[in-house]
Write a protein that binds this ligand. Structure first.
Ligand SMILES: C[S@@+](CC[C@H](N)C(=O)[O-])C[C@H]1O[C@@H](n2cnc3c(N)ncnc32)[C@H](O)[C@@H]1O
Length: 729
């Protein structure tokens, strides 16, 4: 364009030059390499339960996706509204529903609807029922830059009315269907991008209907990422009318191009399983589908009862422990060999075989010299009948493998092996334990030989029929709850590419459907004792067929009986409840076993909170209650740890009793606030209330290390206002 620019510069008439420039700009935009498509705006979402006020856009409840009206007058008995042609009519309030157009400011929030709590110690997952575009904007405030892996399985736009755009199903006759799908995806992916950590990965599954459009769209939204595609055989029998029989679909990975292997590889035996090789175990399990077997981890556990073979297990030490160990100058290997080593917890975690009764020989004290911070020697394992003692021995502090709940667990190795490791300087102290009785103890171990993933996966475990539809049937005791759920193991294996070595990973799926992603996350945690958290968003769509049947019965969208037939209530929620509790909705133990032998009926020791995405009405939130309305969101942003607090916003500051966040309301109390936090390592997230960005930055610069902070505007609701111009960046 340089020639044109030069020519333009020679045009002396300013008006003409501006006109030409505008024309050139428009042309340049159109000629940009990449996708050119009609951006369909605006989308809208129905807000059932929202009060109808003058100026609101409304729709007839019975006419999903139909015409919109603008309210002129609203009383408890009648609503007067005007249509696009200016005609005014009167309606009963029950006939109408408020429509939130994308692009109009709204104040979304989360209302808790239910929880499953299996263990306070274990992670809390969150499942949100609502429009994902709005939920994503809310999540962006809460988790900007925090997510390790976004995994989504969006509607594939097959032409068979498999998704709704603007509340209406899109079918094969719709000539705008590709551009509608692209605008739909573009909006959501653009917000989702901001949620990823610098080394976070986005994975989108897709089939041939949109794979090419999606590929270009992703390149546009994620520049600076590598775009790699894995083909996954999900239906070995094959399907499809013309030409080819389709067996595979695709998972497109958007991976930060940072010069490193963000996808870290997998143990050789698992790699074999992904490319069509079958172990004896997998063959037996395939044959019976509920064969007895053992987890990878458990298989080594069995061998580990042999005193000479304790098995590695998979348990990487925390980042802080690693930082602690690296700060020492006495690494047991030359510093340039660091990439060949990894730091792991010396105490066994997860799984039943980590308790003292199962491995009494691995319950013994490790003696630590508190002055030098060195692990000096291993003691002897006392008989099971003897309780541990904590008295100093020769001035050394005994540390036992006891977890934070006081359970007697075991070290990964018997005393003789541990002594050898200590002799090699490979056993090192981590952080002091919260009860003050010891430290986390870690050990350096050579990295397991890993294989690179191949980009074609063919495993019987990924069959969406057997391990998606049939598996869901086992958990829900019905076949028709959800069309085309993914194989649990296909999702597990896909997530593992990113989170295998990230035991505290945050995983997001905003097209969650039947909830397979949360199920797979919990399963991965059960394999290695990790604490990964899943956040799921999905809507409560009612299938086109069910919607017609319900309307024939006189039920309207928004009626409880109608909504009870939606996906969230029929599939997502009950499936997740069944996965965690091991009980079907009717209370029966879930039949069958997971691959590896763990009974489904054992459930998974994790917690979940279900939320409805609601829209706060600015005028209806009582003055003075604004903070209470947003506090659940702050708790969630801080990681959803401990009890949700009820801060007193009239105080100078508030530090939650059992959670890990604190809020500074009065800037004048900053010093006292920080002083108190210095003695409270439990608090890791602070919210600083101020309307001044310079003041906020100044406060942040003086915060103790280890605290993450966020700015909160004094007008609390505005922190969560969405659909601002920024949202369309
Ligand atoms: C293909 S399914 C995902 C299936 C899922 N992977 C599983 O294994 O069950 C896509 C889901 O996204 C939901 N969905 C579609 N559009 C949505 C939107 N705008 N907001 C929230 N959820 C949406 C649909 O209701 C559907 O349940």
């Amino acid at each position: 364009m340089t020639e044109l620019d030069d020519a333009l510069a020679r045009v002396t008439d300013e008006g003409l030059r501006a006109q030409l420039q505008a024309g050139i700009d428009a042309l340049t935009r159109q000629m940009r390499f990449g996708l050119v498509f009609e951006r369909h705006l605006p989308e809208s979402v129905r807000a059932y339960g929202a009060p109808i006020r003058p100026g609101d856009a409304v729709q007839l409840r019975a006419d999903v996706g139909g015409a919109e009206y603008v309210v002129e007058k609203s009383t408890t008995r009648a609503v007067t509204a005007r249509d696009a042609d200016g005609n005014v009519a009167e309606y009963k309030p029950r006939e109408l529903v408020v429509v939130k157009r994308f692009g109009e400011p709204a104040y979304p929030a989360l209302r808790s609807v239910d929880t499953v709590v299996r263990s306070q110690e274990r992670p809390f997952h969150s499942v949100i029922n609502g429009e994902n575009y709005h939920a994503l904007q809310l999540l962006r405030y809460l988790y900007r830059g925090k997510v390790d892996c976004i995994y989504i399985d969006p509607p594939y736009n097959t032409g068979a009315s498999d998704w709704k755009y603007n509340n209406r199903y899109v079918d094969g006759q719709d000539r705008w269907r590709h551009s509608k799908w692209l605008s739909f995806m573009e909006k959501r992916l653009t917000v989702a991008r901001d949620l990823l950590k610098p080394d976070g990965v986005l994975i989108v599954t897709i089939d041939e209907h949109e794979v090419h459009h999606l590929g270009v769209l992703l390149e546009q939204i994620f520049p600076g990422y590598l775009h790699q595609t894995v083909s996954i055989v999900i239906n070995p029998k094959g399907t499809g009318k013309l030409n080819f029989s389709r067996t595979a679909e695709y998972a497109i990975f958007c991976i930060p191009d940072n010069g490193e292997n963000v996808i870290r590889g997998l143990p050789a035996d698992e790699a074999e399983l992904l490319v069509g090789k079958r172990t004896k175990e997998s063959q037996e399990w395939d044959a019976a589908n509920d064969a007895d077997g053992a987890w990878e981890d458990e298989a080594t556990d069995v061998a580990a009862t042999d005193p000479d073979d304790e098995g590695a297990g998979d348990d990487e030490a925390d980042e802080e422990d690693e930082a602690e160990a690296l700060a020492r100058t006495d690494l047991p290997f030359p510093v340039e060999d660091l990439p060949l080593w990894e730091l792991r917890h010396a105490r066994r975690r997860g799984g039943e075989s980590s308790y003292r009764p199962q491995r009494w020989r691995q319950f013994y004290p490790l003696y630590v010299d508190a002055a030098t911070g060195l692990v000096v020697r291993a003691g002897e394992a006392p008989p099971l009948t003897e309780e541990p003692t904590f008295d100093l021995v020769d001035g050394l502090t005994p540390v036992w493998p006891i977890d934070s709940e006081g359970n007697q667990r075991c070290w990964r190795y018997i005393p003789s092996t541990m002594s050898e490791l200590i002799g090699e300087g490979r056993v090192v102290l981590g952080r002091p334990s919260p009860d003050g009785r010891g430290w986390t103890i870690n050990y350096w171990t050579p990295r397991v030989d890993r294989k690179k993933y191949k980009n074609l996966w063919w495993s019987t475990l990924h069959d969406a029929g057997t391990h998606g539809t049939t598996l869901l049937h086992k958990f829900l005791e019905r076949r028709d709850a959800f069309p085309f759920p993914k194989s649990l193991y296909a999702v597990r294996d896909t997530l593992l590419t990113v989170v295998r070595d990230r035991p505290n990973a945050l995983i997001l799926d905003f097209f969650a459907g039947s909830g397979t992603t949360l199920h797979a996350t919990a399963l991965i945690n059960a394999m290695d004792g990790g604490s990964r958290q899943a956040i799921l968003v999905t809507n409560n769509e009612v299938s086109a067929k069910t919607a017609t049947a319900l309307q024939k019965k006189g039920l309207l969208p928004g009626d409880d009986k109608y909504e009870a037939q939606g996906i969230f209530r029929q599939a997502t929620k009950p499936r997740i409840e069944a996965a965690l509790t091991g009980r079907t909705p009717s209370g029966k133990p879930v039949a069958g076993t997971y691959f590896g032998g763990r009974p489904h009926a054992e459930g998974l020791e994790e917690n979940v909170e279900f939320f409805d995405l609601i829209y706060l009405d600015r005028d209806a939130v009582r003055r003075g209650s604004e903070f209470a309305a947003i506090e659940p969101l702050l708790w969630l942003a801080a990681g959803g740890v401990g009890e949700r607090g009820h801060s007193d916003e009239t105080a100078d500051y508030s530090i939650s009793d059992s959670s890990n966040y604190a809020v500074l309301f009065q800037r004048s109390a900053y010093s006292a606030f920080v002083k108190e936090l210095r003695d409270l390592p439990r608090v890791t997230r602070v919210f600083l209330v101020t309307d001044s960005e310079p003041a906020y930055r100044q406060m942040v610069s003086r915060l103790p290390v280890g605290l993450t902070s966020s700015m909160l505007y004094r007008d609390y609701l505005s922190n969560f206002r969405i659909n601002t111009v920024e949202a369309y960046r």
